[in-house]
Design a binder for this molecule. Structure first.
Ligand code: HEC
Length: 181
């Protein structure tokens, strides 16, 4: 019996891990979003380098990830489900880290933010959340901020998500659209 015990504990741990799997955004009592764990394991949908937003000459390496449940849903339906979370991670570029003789690779994180289809502003709407390096929760960015106007103006027809920079999702969307009924 003594020998069986660790096995039973192992199974219980595995079950609770499965139960704790990602299931959309959660919020604390003040409406702050709880920063999901393990976002580095989420599927990457886009990487951009030195993207300049307003002719301001960007220099960073950006990675955009989508939570795994919403990624699966998008590939099947061509639509972002309510609860979808996208993460933008911004890193400084570094040059010539040995043995590289040229080119640039990812350095330190300088910013992260979330874009969440939480419908807090009405049906189909998304909210931006900002958070610091060690924050456990993120605050909603007010709708008066430029985040919303730029995303609306240039990505308004695609859920305010910059699909033009996410080729794998664009391809998935085209596959769903051309699939026989
Ligand atoms: C002038 C235009 C502009 C403004 C202002 C802007 N963004 Fe974006 N955003 C972009 C572009 C372009 C991308 C495409 C990916 C990239 O930057 O690498 C993007 C992508 C994102 C993404 C990835 C998911 C998606 O929706 O495509 C997040 C998250 C994000 N931005 C957050 C923010 C936040 C938070 C603010 C405000 C503090 C903001 N953005 C302001 C242009 C803008």
């Amino acid at each position: 019996m003594k020998r069986l015990l660790p096995v039973a504990v192992g199974i219980a741990a595995a079950v609770s891990l499965a139960a704790a799997a990602f299931a959309g955004p959660s919020y604390d009592a003040d409406g702050k979003i709880v920063i999901p764990e393990n976002m580095d394991r989420w599927p990457t949908v886009g990487t951009t380098y030195a993207l300049s937003y307003e002719g301001d000459g960007g220099t960073t390496l950006n990675t955009v990830r989508l939570d795994p449940d919403s990624y699966d849903a998008y590939v099947k339906t061509g639509k972002f489900p309510v609860g979808a979370i996208m993460q933008l991670e911004v890193r400084t570029p570094v040059t010539e880290v040995a043995p590289a003789k040229g080119g640039q690779t990812q350095g330190a994180v300088v910013g992260r933010s979330l874009h969440v289809k939480d419908e807090k502003g009405g049906p189909g709407t998304w909210t931006f959340y900002g958070f610091g390096a060690s924050s456990k929760t993120g605050s909603a960015i007010p709708r008066s901020q430029a985040c919303y106007s730029c995303h609306d103006e240039h990505a308004g027809t695609t859920d305010t998500v910059f699909m033009q920079y996410y080729p794998a999702l664009k391809e998935a969307h085209a596959r769903v659209a051309s699939a026989p009924e």
